[in-house]
Design a protein around this ligand. Structure first.
Ligand SMILES: *[C@@H]1O[C@H](CO)[C@@H](O)[C@H](O)[C@H]1NC(C)=O
Length: 493
């Protein structure tokens, strides 16, 4: 809830010199504002957690200067008749750069870029070792990089990974042509999650522009029905939280499903404080609810740091019944600032239809899934604890309702097949890309698992290897960081 925090900060800063009565008045105003923002934002909060910028390195060089700059890009790199252009944001840190030194670029994904990415961490340490220039590029349609003034169906069609990779190619050639001392420099690219996918695919499409890349937690296989995601989520819960926890989640959710099936939906609705117009007889509403519950658990696993999964399991196991444990935890996560919890299908569709830039990226990212990747984390496997009530139909229906009726099942399947055709899926055929995965991370199921091609790091979740080498690293984590540092030395020889 960074938005709320920043409003809070500015309101207090503004009123700090006024008298107490006004201060109290503004606090009440603020309370109302916070509640208004918290309302209807359960989907957005859960979504944000699953799509946030990879965690920023803990140790930061706070004295470095980071420049925020803009570069002109074509709206459409593949249509010569389309002459519109736009400004893409990027950041540079020249602290250690010496003429001829390499360029290290962290690629932005489906998030807003921030300075801390290039003022600390393992990539930063490598740039320091090689007197490199550090850059961070923002992906079109995310953050402040807005090719067109809104996200209407007509305008969003220039959001595609092929366009984003072409933006990056233009960025690299332009920097080399304009920054003094960079003309003959070698380029290394780094990314996490979707931006790690981009690292791999950029090396495939533009092999001559970069000498190597590091891709942490890269999903490489586009797949419509991504049933493995919730399987790994369940395995990680079982591994760290114990089988009793897994069992309780499985039984608690089964009991909730059973209540809907036996005409006790109204009880569930009351227990989870679901707002009108949630319709206990509507498949789409019930599916939306169970999808959201499973995603709340996924958020815990995907972002896990030491103790996080265990802490949630303790809470769930503290209650006396399975359904009580699951529902009290879920209610807590819904937040208690609002009178009721709006989890209807219409509520999620109205978020997806918001065509202004709001800082929330659901409309953009779900568009990319409907048009390029699928990756719907459905209840299609029985080997996971989150029940049966979030089938693929929920997600494909959402695509059509949010972006147009052409986004039907067959169309989505064809688009996803085209993505794999273009980039090679699990056989991308690229050289000099170092792939890493945390074994707790549900996304690793869409990556290369063969240990001769990718490094699997036990006990870590999604994108957890960007920090500097530290004593708190496990031996496997440390070995992986040392390996990429060694590879970079070879690539830069
Ligand atoms: C969206 O932007 C286009 C220009 O690209 C404009 O014509 C259209 O009216 C805008 N739509 C809305 C809903 O603001």
């Amino acid at each position: 809830m960074a938005l709320v925090e920043s409003i809070e900060f500015s309101v207090f800063a503004q009123f700090a010199t006024m008298n107490h009565r006004i201060l109290i008045g503004s606090m009440l105003l603020l309370l109302g504002l916070t509640q208004a923002l918290a309302r209807d934002s359960i989907f957005k909060r859960t979504f944000q957690k699953l799509h946030e910028e990879p965690p920023l390195p803990l140790k930061q060089a706070r004295d470095d200067t980071v420049e925020t700059l803009w570069i002109e890009q074509k709206l459409d790199h593949f249509d010569e008749n389309e002459i519109r252009t736009w400004q893409m944001r990027y950041m540079l840190n020249r602290q250690y750069f010496e003429a001829g030194g390499p360029l290290f670029i962290f690629l932005g994904g489906e998030w807003e870029i921030s300075q801390g990415r290039i003022t600390g961490g393992h990539m930063y340490d490598m740039a320091k070792e090689h007197n490199g220039l550090l850059a961070y590029t923002e992906h079109r349609y995310y953050g402040q990089s807005r090719p067109l003034p809104n996200l209407s169906n007509e305008n969003i069609k220039y959001l595609h990974v092929k366009q984003a990779l072409a933006d990056l190619a233009h960025f690299i050639t332009t920097q080399k042509a304009t920054i003094e001392g960079l003309a003959d420099s070698k380029v290394i690219i780094v990314g996490g999650s979707y931006s790690a996918t981009m690292v791999t695919w950029f090396k495939k499409l533009y092999p001559d522009l970069v000498v190597g890349g590091w891709a942490s937690s890269a999903p490489l296989l586009a797949k419509v029905n991504f049933v493995e995601y919730k399987e790994v989520t369940g395995q990680s819960i079982s591994q760290l939280g114990g089988y009793a926890c897994y069992n309780r989640i499985e039984n608690g959710i089964a009991e909730l499903e059973n209540m809907f099936a036996t005409k006790r939906g109204a009880e569930v609705k009351a227990m989870l404080k679901l707002c009108e117009p949630f319709d206990v007889n509507s498949d789409l509403d019930v599916w939306t609810l169970f999808s959201e519950i499973s995603d709340i658990f996924a958020g815990v696993v995907q972002t896990h740091n030491t103790g996080q999964i265990e802490g949630v399991c303790q809470k769930i196991l503290a209650e006396s019944t399975d359904v009580g444990g699951v529902s009290s935890y879920i209610l807590g996560e819904f937040g208690n600032s609002q009178k009721c919890n709006d989890l209807s299908y219409d509520a999620i569709i109205s978020s997806l239809l918001e065509s202004t830039y709001t800082g929330n990226i659901m409309r953009q990212w779900i568009y990319q899934t409907c048009n390029e990747y699928g990756w719907y984390q459905t209840s299609g496997s029985s080997d996971q604890p989150f029940g049966t009530k979030f089938p693929l139909t929920l997600y494909t229906t959402m695509c059509a309702d949010a972006y147009g009726s052409q986004y039907g099942n067959e169309f989505i399947n064809n688009q996803v097949a085209a993505t794999n055709e273009l980039f090679g899926g699990l056989e991308p055929g690229v050289e000099n890309v170092y792939l890493t995965h945390g074994l707790l991370d549900p996304w690793h199921a869409m990556g290369i698992k063969d240990e001769s091609q990718a490094t699997m790091i036990p006990n870590y979740a999604h994108c957890k290897d960007f920090d500097s080498i530290s004593d708190s690293d496990t031996s496997e984590m440390r070995a992986s960081k040392e390996r990429i540092a060694e590879l970079v030395r070879e690539w830069l020889k």
